[in-house]
Design a protein around this ligand. Structure first.
Ligand code: PGA
Length: 250
């Protein structure tokens, strides 16, 4: 049985004060222990404040990126240890916006994943095809390539700490969610690909869907057998809609 996870990717939104207020509203709105794992991924500058706000609650804290070196002359970068230091338990790696705008490649994704695994951070590894890839029927090849590169050199044991996020680029921020069937098809493909590489442990990996997840489309997505949660962008920036997603989780 895989515990579902709902993660909110705040992207480049929220000051420290705004982040604190949002985290507090989510913590208070959750009430008791939620039936799924809940993770917040604020920008670096708000990590510590959000971490303080959710301390003692079941909500987890994630960063949106991590560098692969432990320390050194890498201006502008943040190491796994620094993220642990502010209370992070997870980190997003290889989000399509990093791939599209900041030169992220499968190789740098792999370096980050390995660095996270050397620390205590759980890597949330993002994969997904562009609209052109989907329209030309290459979507599975592209995702297979991202998995092969991003997870290169990992062992079946490493899989236990990893969460995969399938985020079709054409569905991110567009309001155009993948249908539950389309998403399930790819989630099934990802699980079979992982099983081919790592064996039976692939059955335990959580694969979450991302791309225009909203309160009203969550339940249908979550009913699919291989969809184990959601990575939410736009709808996680307000407590009401993020809590709506958490509650619609069946
Ligand atoms: P969206 O973003 O929910 O705004 O589509 C998802 C993501 O980029 O993680």
């Amino acid at each position: 049985m895989r515990t579902r996870v709902i993660a909110g990717n705040w992207k480049m939104h929220k000051t420290v004060a705004e982040g604190r207020a949002l985290a507090r509203a989510i913590r208070e709105g959750l009430g008791g222990a939620p039936s799924c794992e809940v993770i917040l991924a604020p920008p670096f500058t708000a990590l510590e404040a959000v971490g303080a706000e959710i301390a003692g609650s079941p909500i987890g804290l994630a960063a949106q990126n991590v560098h692969w070196e432990e320390a050194g002359a890498f201006t502008g970068e943040i190491s796994p240890r620094m993220l642990e230091d502010v209370g992070c338990s997870a980190v997003l790696i290889g989000h399509s916006e990093r791939r599209q705008y900041f030169g992220e490649t499968d190789r740098t994704v792999n370096l980050r994943v390995r660095a996270a695994l050397r620390s205590t951070l759980a890597p949330i590894v993002c994969v997904g095809e562009s609209l052109a890839d989907r329209e030309s029927g290459r979507h599975e090849d592209i995702v297979a390539q991202q998995l092969a590169g991003g997870l290169d050199g990992l062992t079946a044991g490493d899989l236990e700490r990893i969460i995969l996020a399938y985020e079709p680029v054409w569905a991110i921020g567009t309001g155009r969610t993948a249908s539950p069937e389309t998403a399930q098809e790819m989630h099934g493909f990802i699980r079979r690909t992982l099983a081919g590489k790592f064996g039976a442990d692939a059955g335990r990996v959580r694969i979450v869907y991302g791309g225009s997840v909203k309160p009203d489309n969550t339940a249908a997505l979550m009913r699919q057998p291989d969809i184990d949660g959601a990575l939410v962008g736009g709808a996680c920036l307000e407590a009401k809609s993020f809590l709506g997603i958490i509650r619609h989780e069946p």
